[in-house]
Design a protein around this ligand. Structure first.
Ligand code: GLN
Length: 380
């Protein structure tokens, strides 16, 4: 039997490929982004209690009300945006489902979506699976800044959405207030929906402020903000996230969400509601990861790899321009197999495969692991 693939050129995600390679070659795995720190005992206890208390059947489709209420409060405190938990927040099975549901609900055949490369790997296929047309614009090292006049020229009558990601995976760049003002202007003037991937909202450094779309009332009305508990509570395997959007947009997102996932793990939602109500459980994350970033940078001092600026996320880019002429993919493979340290090549995040001799390293790891990784990098 022949089937025609909807995504003929798509292979297995680079994160799975590199993690598998790291395992096979017993390499330190700084490729796929996930923390190796334990989840809080208290949070695990709360899940156990929720299960014991009988919260084991389907949650309401948009999410457990207690969790959505806490989220609304946190959003108001963090971004000064009043949010209606009944109509504007939807719990999803992680950031990836949130992104897919939003695109499935809002993008149809022939709709154009502007996105910036290097872009996270699920964006482009999610657009195409739903009949949309991705329009990739390149951001380049070392600052990965958006050129708003280029964005303006890329907008056509068919442009329906623009996707942003701050703090940015894989570059660690962040958007500034001036970027948000430009974005707001363009979104309003062209009736665009902004899909804003903010899963690293709490991992931001050096006194910088996370520029959520939710800080800008007019922009927020036309936006879908995407968040993830996995990044904030060291639990990427739990796959719980949420969307924040106006009532009108949320209504559409839920139409897709209810048939893609219906509802999300119930006991986790009860536990997260309680855990999140104590700001102490998330307010120190930026400081924690800043120390990790600095520790990693300390370990690689004196190596021929050159670090790029990193203001947020748990990823550090290193340039190997002074080390090898290999392609990024060759370099990542060689390092994993021969040097026992696995990174992610940045070129895979570019539609056109742009190779800037950059590798991405995840520093959400224990100090001993980062120290070992540093030794390997210094010896190359
Ligand atoms: N977000 C993680 C990263 O960028 C990967 C998640 C996944 O493997 N799908 O590395």
């Amino acid at each position: 039997m022949n089937i025609s693939s909807r995504l003929p050129e798509v292979g297995t995600s680079i994160f799975s490929v590199m993690s598998k390679m790291a395992l096979e070659h017993q390499a330190i795995n700084l490729s796929q982004g996930f923390p190796d720190f334990p989840v809080s005992e208290k949070l695990i206890e709360l899940i156990y209690q929720a299960m014991k208390n009988g919260h084991n059947q389907y949650a309401p489709m948009p999410g457990v009300p207690a969790l959505r209420q806490v989220i609304a409060k946190v959003i108001e405190q963090t971004y000064q945006r009043p949010t209606d938990f009944e109509t504007e927040i939807t719990i999803t099975a992680g950031g990836t489902e949130a992104i897919f549901s939003a695109i499935a609900a809002l993008i149809g055949a022939g709709d154009e979506v502007i996105l910036f490369d290097p872009s996270y790997d699920c964006y482009d296929p999610a657009i195409r699976l739903n009949g949309g047309i991705p329009k990739h614009l390149n951001l380049k090292a070392t600052d990965f800044k958006i050129d708003w006049s280029e964005v303006k020229s890329a907008i056509t009558t068919r442009t329906k959405m623009i996707m942003i990601n701050t703090p940015h995976n894989p570059s660690g760049a962040i958007m500034q207030e001036a970027d948000m003002r430009e974005l707001e202007k363009l979104a309003l003037a062209n009736n665009l929906i902004v899909l804003s991937d903010e899963v690293y909202e709490r991992i931001i450094f050096d006194g910088q402020i996370h520029q959520s779309v939710l800080r800008y009332p007019a922009l927020a009305k036309q936006s879908v903000a995407i968040f993830s508990f996995g990044k904030t509570f060291h639990a990427t395997g739990w796959k719980v996230g949420y969307t924040v959007a106006s009532e009108m947009i949320t209504r559409e997102i839920r139409k897709a969400h209810q048939f893609i996932n219906f509802s999300v793990n119930t006991p986790l939602q009860f536990a997260l509601a309680e855990y999140m109500s104590d700001p102490d459980n998330y307010l120190h994350l930026g400081k924690f990861y800043q120390q990790k970033r600095d520790f990693f940078l300390e370990q690689i001092k004196g190596s021929s790899f050159r670090p790029l600026p990193c203001y947020g996320s748990y990823f550090q880019l290193l340039s190997f321009e002074g080390v090898s002429k290999k392609s990024e993919m060759e370099m990542a493979t060689w390092m994993t197999q021969e040097k026992k340290l696995a990174p992610i090549p940045v070129s895979v995040f570019y539609k056109d495969g742009l190779d800037q001799k950059l590798l991405r390293f995840c520093f959400a790891k224990g100090d001993a692991t980062l120290e070992k990784a540093g030794k390997i990098l210094k010896a190359i």
